[in-house]
Design a protein around this ligand. Structure first.
Ligand SMILES: Nc1nc2c(ncn2[C@@H]2O[C@H](COP(=O)(O)OP(=O)(O)OP(=O)(O)O)[C@@H](O)[C@H]2O)c(=O)[nH]1
Ligand SMILES: [Mg+2]
Length: 489
C-alpha cells in the first residue's frame, strides 16, 4: 500500500483483558454479529479486522483481538527486567491450545505493534481500577509499544451520566501516570447511545497526525451523517405512529332515548360499551406500536422483535369492574393492564406506565350519547365519534419516545432486542420536561387531530418537526459532549 493510501485509512485495535467485552463492542459498532461473545476467558483467539466505515476514499478498520490473559501478570517481573520486553514476548513460542492465555496475549501485542494507529483499550467499569491487578501491567506493555491509547469504559450498567463521570475521573486519575493514555471516556457495548459512537473516531483524530488526522476528521463526519440519516428515518416512523394515534377515531353506537335511559341506570352495560370502544382503539394502537418498534429495531441495526402483544383476556377482566363513576381508580388497573395488553404490562414495570391519570383521560363516550361517567375526560369529534383525549394522546407520544430511547441505547453486542424492563428515570424526566416546554405546540397539534385531518401530511409536517426537536433536546441533555452533532444540519 502506498503511503498516501495508508494515510487514508485509520486502524483501530480493540485491546483489553480477556472477557471485558471487545467482541461485544465490535458487534455494537459494526451492527452485525462478528466473532463469538461469551462469558468466559479467551473466547476470541485470532485477531480479526472489520471495515468500520468506508466513505469518500477514506476508511477506518477495527481489529477485534484476543484478550490479555492473567498469565501476563505472572510474567510481569520478568518482562520488567528485560531490556526488550515486547521483543521477548513476541519471540516466545507458545502452543495455541496448551498455552492459550499466553498465546492470546502475544497475539494482542503483535496486532497492536504491527497494525494499530490507535489502541482502544477497553476496561471493565464495574470494578475500581485500583482493585484490578492486571490493568497497570497491560497499560505498561501498551506503553512499551508506543501507540496512542484511548481508554473506554465498558460494562457500566444502565445509562447514567453522573456515574459515568465519576467512573471516568477515577480511571483518569488512576491512569494519569501513563502519558500514552490520551482520553478516558465511556462506551458501553450494551447501553451506549448511537450519539456517542463517533467519539471513537473523533478522539482518534486527536492522537494521530498529518493526513491521518484529516482522515479521522472526515470519517467522524461520515459516521455522524450516517447515524443522523438513521435518526431521521426513526423520527419519520415515530411521527407516523403519533399521527395515527392523533387521527384515530371510533364511532359511537346510535342509541334511542330508551337505551340511553336504560344505560344511565345500568352502569355495567354502559361500561361494556366503553370497553369495546377503548379495546378497538387500543388494539389498533398496540399493533401499530409493535410495527413501529420493529421498524426502529431494524433501523438501528438490531436483530429481534418486540414481544409486546395485546392480551385479550385481560381486556375482559374489565367487564367485572364495579362502580366506575365512584371509583375510577379501581377500573384503571383493569384498563391499564388490559387494553394495551402485553405491551402495557411490559411497559408498566419499565417506566412506560400509561396508568393512573393517563387512563382517566381516555375517551370513552360522547356527551350527547351517554350520561358521562364522572372522572372521564371525554372528547367528541362532533360527529358521534370519539378519539383519544389530549392527556392520553400525550402519554402515547411519551411512550413511543421512551421506546425509541430504549432502542437507541440497545447495543447489538447485547444480543437480540429485548423489551425494556426498566428505563432510567432520567429519560422520563427529560421527555416530560421537553414536552412541557413545547406544550402549546403539542396542544395545537392535538386540536388539529380528529376526523377532518390528514394523518399523512400531519406526520410529514408538524409532527415530524416536534418529535425531532424533542428528541434532539433530550439527547443534548443526556450527552452534552455530542450535542454539536445536531447543529450540523
Ligand atoms: N453488562 C455488560 N456485559 C458485557 C458488556 N460487554 C460485554 N459483556 C459481556 O461480557 C462477556 C464477554 O464479552 P466478549 O465480548 O466475549 O469479551 P471479549 O473481551 O471479546 O473476550 P475475549 O475474546 O475472551 O478476550 C460476555 O458475557 C458479554 O455478554 C457490556 O457492555 N455490559
Ligand atoms: Mg472476544
Amino acid at each position: 500500500m502506498s503511503a498516501s493510501a495508508s494515510d487514508k485509512e485509520i486502524v483501530l485495535s480493540l485491546i483489553s483483558h480477556t472477557n471485558v467485552g471487545k467482541t461485544a463492542l465490535a458487534r455494537t459498532l459494526l451492527r452485525r454479529d462478528v466473532g463469538e461473545v461469551a462469558d468466559s476467558a479467551h473466547v476470541t483467539i485470532v485477531p480479526e479486522s472489520y471495515p468500520l466505515i468506508e466513505e469518500g476514499g477514506y476508511s477506518a478498520k477495527l481489529w477485534d483481538t484476543p484478550g490479555f490473559g492473567s498469565n501476563l501478570a505472572k510474567l510481569a517481573g520478568r518482562l520488567r527486567a528485560s531490556q526488550n520486553p515486547v521483543g521477548w514476548i513476541l519471540h516466545q513460542v507458545w502452543d495455541r491450545s496448551l498455552n492459550r492465555s499466553l498465546w492470546c496475549s502475544q497475539e494482542a501485542i503483535r496486532n497492536m505493534q504491527a497494525d494499530a494507529d490507535v489502541v482502544i483499550y477497553l476496561v471493565d467499569a464495574s470494578q475500581s481500577p485500583s482493585t484490578i491487578g492486571y490493568v497497570d501491567l497491560e497499560i505498561e506493555i501498551i506503553e512499551w509499544i508506543g501507540k496512542p491509547v484511548l481508554v473506554f469504559l465498558n460494562q457500566t450498567g444502565e445509562p447514567n451520566r453522573e456515574r459515568d463521570r465519576q467512573n471516568e475521573s477515577e480511571w483518569r486519575a488512576h491512569l494519569a501516570k501513563n502519558t500514552i493514555v490520551k482520553h478516558v471516556s465511556t462506551l458501553d457495548a450494551f447501553t451506549r447511545c448511537w450519539t456517542q459512537e463517533h467519539q471513537i473516531l473523533a478522539q482518534a483524530g486527536t492522537v494521530v497526525s498529518g493526513q491521518k488526522q484529516k482522515t479521522a476528521t472526515y470519517l467522524t463526519g461520515a459516521w455522524i451523517s450516517r447515524n443522523l440519516g438513521i435518526f431521521d428515518e426513526a423520527v419519520d416512523a415515530i411521527a407516523e405512529l403519533v399521527s395515527f394515534a392523533l387521527c384515530d377515531t371510533e364511532p359511537l353506537p346510535q342509541r334511542g332515548l330508551f337505551e340511553k335511559v336504560k344505560e344511565l341506570v345500568q352502569r355495567n352495560e354502559r361500561n361494556r360499551t366503553y370497553e369495546r370502544i377503548q379495546g378497538r382503539m387500543y388494539e389498533r394502537l398496540s399493533k401499530k406500536t409493535a410495527v413501529t418498534v420493529n421498524r426502529l429495531i431494524t433501523l438501528n441495526g438490531l436483530s429481534g422483535e418486540t414481544a409486546a402483544r395485546l392480551a385479550r383476556s385481560s381486556c375482559e377482566a374489565l367487564a367485572v369492574k364495579r362502580d366506575v363513576e365512584e371509583s375510577v381508580m379501581a377500573v384503571l388497573g383493569g384498563v391499564g393492564s388490559g387494553l394495551l395488553g402485553g405491551l402495557c404490562a411490559d411497559l408498566a414495570t419499565g417506566g412506560f406506565s400509561l396508568g393512573g391519570g393517563a387512563i382517566v383521560g381516555m375517551i370513552v363516550g360522547g356527551a350527547t350519547t351517554y350520561a358521562l361517567a364522572r372522572g372521564y375526560n371525554l372528547t367528541q369529534t362532533g360527529q358521534n365519534m370519539v378519539r383519544w383525549s389530549e392527556a392520553q394522546f400525550l402519554d402515547q407520544v411519551k411512550s413511543i419516545l421512551m421506546l425509541y430511547l430504549a432502542v437507541s441505547h440497545f447495543g447489538r453486542g447485547r444480543g437480540a432486542w429485548r423489551d425494556p424492563v426498566n428505563n432510567p428515570a432520567r429519560w422520563k424526566e427529560l421527555v416530560d420536561t421537553a414536552m412541557a416546554a413545547e406544550s402549546a405546540d403539542w396542544h395545537a397539534l392535538w386540536k388539529k387531530g380528529g376526523i377532518a385531518s390528514d394523518p399523512g401530511s400531519l406526520a410529514k409536517g408538524k409532527i415530524r418537526t416536534l418529535v425531532r426537536h424533542l428528541l434532539e433536546t433530550v439527547f443534548r441533555e443526556l450527552y452534552p459532549d455530542s450535542a454539536s452533532i445536531f447543529k450540523r444540519r
